[in-house]
Design a binder for this molecule. Sequence first.
Ligand code: NAD
Length: 287
Amino acid sequence: MEAKLLEGKKIAEKLRSEIQKQIEVYSQKLGTVPALRAIQVGEDHASELYLKSQRRAAESVGAKHETTSLGPNATEQDLIGEIERANRDPRVHGIIVQMPLPKSFRTDRVLDAIHPDKDVEAVTARNLGRLLMNKEGLAPCTARACLRLIEETGVDLYGKEGVVIGSSKVVGLPAFLLLIGKKVTSMICHTGTFKSGTLESHVRRADILVVSAGKPALIPGAWVKEGAIVIDVGINRVEGKTVGDVEFETARKRAAFITPVPGGVGPLTVMTLMENLVTALAIQQKK
Ligand code: NAD
């Protein structure tokens, strides 16, 4: 039996049309459409690609997108000043600080300058704290996309074993918290787990496996539990091809559901960003 593909692209299209309708309603009722401002320092190839997909997604739902580019010599204080300007600007509803930042910048300090109500990537301590408290609000897009894909399977999650590989603040940790919120018995593995040689034993137990390490073929298909849900977040370039962190062909023979790379988590992440933008506008309108 081959696993059913969890095609993020198709789910993203469904979400796109829902968001577009919501934006039309806002536009008619309030005379305003949500606007996203991305702020970048210097130039970076991966950042440019992300900006391009943000613009495409914004256009597809009828939202506004603009980019403020600071030159490579901008200081941390220049960047914080730009964020504060966007915080005060009533025409801006969502703010993204493009990564990577110059090495000398204190990333946490910069990100925490974003007003929590405009924090559409949920990178501020306040929004991550809300997630910890299992409160509604803005949650990190990729982690939320993972949960949506898992829920799309229709499998009852209650009491299932969940294993998340990777403990980043943007993917692994929030995905773990979202799973806990769904009463999945969950754990996080990271480089320490790998080095101690226990990664395989944890993966083999997982009914729900979320992998976000950025290491091609980290998870051999043979480790995947029969009937598992496998969400592969990794994006790696290998010999000119984009691949995930899981050995796809062997894993799909054991799993019940699996995301392809590309076409799985990625397209849904950027649409979830649009969903967060609409949520941010709603939060700001309420106040
Ligand atoms: P990160 O580099 O911030 O964190 C990687 C995590 O993986 C760390 O916690 C590290 O401990 C763990 N890790 C690394 N090597 C490991 C190993 N050998 N065994 C076990 N754990 C290991 O990464 P991130 O920002 O979470 O991104 C991870 C991957 O996901 C990257 O490939 C990135 O491009 C991709 N990504 C995809 C999307 C999407 O929308 N599809 C979004 C964000 C990130």
